[in-house]
Ligand binder design. Structure first.
Ligand SMILES: [Zn+2]
Length: 438
């Protein structure tokens, strides 16, 4: 049995704070996605953050993420499962295995007069959230996704950025959004938005990259819930923390944990809203898939993630800069160890670091380091060994995830087995049991 389920049986001192849920259909629906977070990541987060809000939810469901080809998770296929209720092939967005288009829960609830909000701390075309409003047959079709977003008529979007890479410049995205009637609002102006307007809030809300004065993911969630609930007709608010996945893919557990802590602010915002609308709010917290195949051997919290000041990328950039200034192997190794706070390495460990350092300096790639900086990865591995955790891959996995549910209509999730069941359960909780099959 999963450790996380055992943890669920512990009634925390704060549990009494949850309001009682009534028998009314869910009118205000929060679907919160901790991207790339499997059961072990939640266990690790609970180990390092004993006061986590995750402990307050008693309805937890072990959730399968196998796709239609039996391979396991990917952002687009899992996003499609969560948004449209169908397991599909890798890289399909809101399309079934045969390429037939699917209508998402968001569009179906919009037809029932619900307001729709979509928030991500990643790019606005991110494959986890895009299937809620766009149909595409490949993972990277930003033009198609943006044009669908413009036609969606959804009420609120927020993202860390409008584009990535060179495929579609941000200026072009801005132009399309404005001509579709959306107002682009900088993060610092969160409070200038009015109900009834269509807004796209641009804000780097990641814990590891947030600028002073800009809102955290939880602030954006609270702001969006306020706007979308103003007319009292109901909303579906989808919030995806893509940065957790980003760091798990790089096996950077410390940064992933800082982003998990940031995600707590999202849960907190949803719970505060629920305390004001106790009989009509549903909160569903899930993931799209697991990344990194994390395993945990240590039981006690060590606080290791608080000591790592830089993210994987920042650590790699610093080593690249030192390398350009022709520092010795030993200096590079010492820098890498300092950044992850590892002291007193054994001879065997030092040899591992020397090999990784030579690979890094020679720009050589080895499968065991994926496409990443071997010296940073090896230093993080030594640190992880000392703190009782281990990643086994840099990719997506088919490991189970956890779905936790609280509030109006929570009883409709009792049959939840796989991620593609989630939209049907939400629709039933909202009082539309056949909404996803119409
Ligand atoms: Zn994902």
């Amino acid at each position: 049995m999963l450790k996380v389920f055992r943890a669920a049986l512990v009634v925390t001192a704060a549990a009494w704070m949850l309001p009682l849920c009534g028998g009314k259909p869910a009118k205000y629906i929060f679907l919160l996605i901790a991207d790339g977070t499997g059961c072990r990541m939640i266990d690790l987060h609970l180990r390092e953050n004993p006061s986590s809000l995750f402990k307050m939810f008693k309805n937890r469901y072990k959730t399968e993420v196998i796709d239609a080809t039996g391979i396991g998770g990917s952002a687009a296929a899992c996003g499609t499962a969560i948004s449209c209720g169908v397991q599909t092939k890798l890289c399909r967005m809101a399309q079934d295995v045969n390429g037939r288009p699917l209508k998402s829960l968001a569009y179906r609830l919009k037809e029932q007069d619900f307001k729709i909000g979509i928030i991500t701390d990643s790019v606005i075309t991110d494959a986890t959230i895009a299937p809620f409003f766009a149909i595409a047959s490949r993972c990277h079709e930003p033009e198609k996704v943006i044009s669908a977003l413009c036609r969606s008529g959804f009420d609120f979007f927020a993202a860390g950025r409008l584009s990535e890479g060179n495929s579609l410049p941000a200026e072009k995205v801005t132009e399309s959004l404005i001509s579709a009637g959306y107002r682009i609002v900088p993060g610092k102006k969160l409070r200038t938005m009015n109900p009834g307007e269509r807004n796209v809030l641009l804000s780097l809300s990641r814990a590891t990259k947030r600028q002073p004065g800009t809102p955290a993911l939880g602030d954006i969630t609270a702001g969006a819930a306020g706007l979308l609930s103003a007319d009292g007709k109901g909303f579906l608010l989808v919030v995806s923390a893509g940065s957790i996945d980003y760091f798990n893919h790089r096996n950077d557990a410390a940064s992933a944990l800082r982003e998990m802590q940031n995600f707590e602010s999202v849960i907190d915002a949803a719970l505060k809203f629920a305390s004001r609308h106790p009989e009509e709010t549903l909160i569903v917290i899930t993931s799209d898939h697991e990344s990194g195949e994390l395993s945990i051997t240590g039981k006690r919290a060590t606080g290791f993630h608080l000591k790592q000041k830089y993210t994987y990328l920042e650590m790699s950039d610093r080593l690249v800069s030192l390398n350009q200034h022709k520092h010795t192997d030993e200096r590079l190794i010492a820098s890498a160890l300092k950044m992850v706070h590892v002291k007193n390495v054994s001879d065997t460990e030092h040899r591992r670091l020397q090999i990784a350092c030579r690979l890094f300096r020679a720009h050589r790639r080895l499968k065991r380091y994926g496409t990443y900086n071997p010296l940073v990865i090896e230093a993080m591995r030594l640190r992880d060994e000392r703190n009782g955790l281990k990643y086994s891959t840099f990719g997506y996995t088919a490991k189970h995830i956890v779905t936790v549910v609280y509030g109006s209509g929570e009883e409709h999730f009792r049959s939840l087995k796989k991620n593609s069941d989630i939209p049907g359960c939400i629709a039933a909780a909202a009082g539309f049991p056949d909404l996803m099959t119409r």
